[in-house]
Design a protein. Structure first.
Length: 267
């Protein structure tokens, strides 16, 4: 399971990344703005090095925990870009904690060794799926920020602390829309090009991963339709977003967790 399958360099990098993430997560209110930014940047770079070492090393591995680690890194990348556009966006401590947990989880459960792919297009197929995970995760983070902003408004907190509620809502649905496009492309590729991607005899099948993926697609389609036709917003939209994201999480991460941890075998 743990460290036995990881190289010493990967272990050092993973602990260094987790420690760097822990600094802004645990000392969010004690650090200066510049110090917190530098700590998060160092953690982000170390996290990237961990991902490169695990995916491009001599024996690349992948599984539910590395998928979560890549997703967390993508969310932090989105946050870094958004902070340049919206300096008032505040979620550093929460995302730093998420990054530390994701790095350590991937170190504990590195997944299974990747076999030689049947098609050079298979990595692109995986990349589309993981990118959709990252975009929907970013949407969930923004929905959480929306809930926090609404709570602060009800408590008559400082209205200038953080992004306006309408801006957060607009960003949330932009991420949902982009994630929906990538998820649709991933499902269509799996439906029409399964044998080309995975090899002869690997036809489309309705397993747990497929069922949860399609259910999540339907939930996100319903959310976007409800937004366009009926003006869904606030708690109704957030609940559907959370439901769809949970279904998507169960699709790949959930099925791989059962196979790798509960059943203890390679998929």
């Amino acid at each position: 399971m743990i460290l036995a399958s990881a190289s010493p360099a990967s272990v050092v990098l993973a602990f260094a990344a987790a420690a760097a993430y822990a600094v802004p997560a645990a000392l969010a209110r004690r650090l200066s703005e510049q110090a917190a930014r530098l700590a998060l940047l160092a953690a982000w770079l170390l996290h990237a090095a961990v991902l490169v070492a695990s995916l491009l090393g001599e024996a690349p591995r992948f599984g539910f925990a590395p998928a979560l680690s890549v997703t967390a890194w993508l969310v932090l990348t989105v946050y870094a870009v958004e902070r340049k556009l919206f300096p008032k966006l505040e979620a550093r401590w929460a995302l730093a904690g998420l990054g530390a947990a994701a790095v350590l989880l991937a170190l504990a459960f590195p997944g299974n060794t990747l076999h030689v792919s049947a098609s050079p297009w298979l990595p692109l197929h995986w990349a589309l799926g993981i990118a959709s995970y990252g975009l929907f995760a970013a949407a969930v983070v923004h929905a959480w920020l929306m809930g926090r902003a609404e709570k602060e408004m009800r408590q008559a907190a400082d209205p200038h602390s953080g992004l306006p509620l309408l801006t957060l809502e607009r960003l949330t649905f932009r991420f949902v829309g982009a994630g929906f496009v990538l998820l649709s492309a991933t499902l269509l590729a799996g439906l029409f090009f399964t044998e080309a991607l995975y090899g002869q005899g690997k036809a489309w099948k309705w397993d747990h991963k497929t069922v949860f993926s399609v259910l999540s697609w339907l939930a996100f389609a319903l959310l976007l339709l409800g937004r366009a036709r009926f003006g869904w917003r606030g708690r109704t939209a957030v609940r559907v977003l959370y439901a769809g994201s949970l279904l998507l999480l169960l699709a790949y991460v959930g099925s791989r967790f059962v196979l790798e941890v509960v059943l203890g075998r390679a998929p």
